[in-house]
Write a protein that binds this ligand. Structure first.
Ligand code: SAM
Length: 330
């Protein structure tokens, strides 16, 4: 069957990538993401079932959606996530199924996810030190990021990306340690600029470390970095660099110092079945109701793409009313 041409939004951007939040819940309460208390969880009846998510993807694949990412909240705390991975990886036209996770379950679940058809993983890790991990996550689950990444690698997930949110005075002294991981492992360490939006335990602009600073510190630690010609497979805005002879690479994601809305290829499905066309916009359409009435979501999707905003206003500190990235899957 010929590959369907992707749909274009009003700006002429090809929309090929769907990020699917499978739950609003998380086993961490990261300083920069979720409030420690007071979040109300969605009732189960409002959350899309795995069958419903798969049906949405089945309907959207012929419109050119080819790549999927499961996210949350923390997607791995939803029971039997491998069932959903299996459904999605078998849908005609889907070329890539990825997972964003905090990594807590990777030691025990990587092999199951891989067997079900997961292609690759992005793991968040803001520290390599046990005590600090618990402090940033505000939960002590005895999490060992190196063991988690090693398990993912051994299971054959590839590429493996490590997402580090850099916060001045909180974990920025670990930039060099994270950068050095790329000398020994084929992992792609991506430093993310903190977005001081929403209800975030008093994190502010002063905690943002611009990526240029992070890159120059990483380059000093590794004896130089050059732009990496062979960026790891992905859909996103990171730029990649590599130390001479290193198996891994270093990337930066720069929401606070650069925008990349012009090349945006993505839309997001929330756990309760709303399609958001911009992470930091207010524009949202309801997929769940038509789906539960047995109707196609494609007309709603087409209309939503026509209304996808040209850009967000995060650089002006306007996050479109977003309280926490966990609400819409980061
Ligand atoms: N629980 C999964 C995880 O840990 O990757 C998926 C959801 S999490 C909301 C997705 C990503 O958003 C993580 O890499 C997290 O670090 C990032 N994130 C959340 N809030 C952020 C913020 N305020 N600034 C920068 N990155 C943020």
């Amino acid at each position: 069957m010929p590959r369907p041409l992707p749909m274009l939004d009003a700006q002429g951007r090809s929309i090929t990538y769907l990020r699917i939040s499978v739950t609003d819940r998380c086993n961490f309460r990261c300083l920069y993401c979720m409030p420690e208390h007071g979040l109300e969880w969605l009732p189960k009846s409002e959350i899309l079932s795995y069958e419903e998510i798969a049906e949405i993807v089945r309907q959207l694949a012929p419109t050119g959606i080819r790549r999927l990412r499961l996210t949350g909240g923390e997607p791995t705390i939803r029971p039997e996530l491998e069932t959903l991975i299996r459904y999605l990886s078998q849908i005609c036209g889907i070329e890539d199924v990825a997972l964003s996770t905090n990594g807590v379950k990777l030691v025990t679940k990587s092999a199951d996810y891989r067997a079900a058809g997961l292609d690759r993983v992005n793991m968040s890790a803001d520290s390599l030190r046990a005590e600090r991990i618990a402090k940033i996550a505000r939960r002590d689950l005895g999490f060992d990021p190196i063991a988690a990444l090693t398990a993912a690698e051994q299971a054959g997930l590839d590429p493996i990306k490590v997402n580090v949110v850099v916060m001045r005075g909180i974990n920025d002294d670990e930039v060099e340690d994270f950068a050095r991981l790329t000398l020994e492992h084929p992992w792609h360490v991506r430093f993310i600029e903190l977005m001081p939006v929403g209800d975030m335990a008093e994190l502010e602009w002063k905690h943002v470390v611009p990526s240029d600073e992070v890159l120059s510190r990483a380059a000093a630690a590794l004896g130089g970095l050059s732009e990496s010609g062979d960026a790891p497979l992905g859909n996103g805005p990171a730029k990649y660099y590599r130390a001479a002879g290193a198996p891994g690479s270093i990337g930066v994601i720069t929401p606070m110092t650069h925008t990349y809305c012009g090349s945006c290829n993505r839309v997001r499905l929330t756990a309760d079945g709303r399609l958001r066309t911009c992470l930091f916009g207010t524009h949202e359409v309801n997929f769940r109701d038509p789906l539960r009435r047995g109707e196609s979501v494609v007309p709603v999707f087409t209309a939503a793409l026509a209304a996808k905003p040209p850009e967000h206003h995060l650089l002006q500190m306007d996050a479109g009313g977003l309280r926490a990235l966990s609400q819409v899957g980061g």
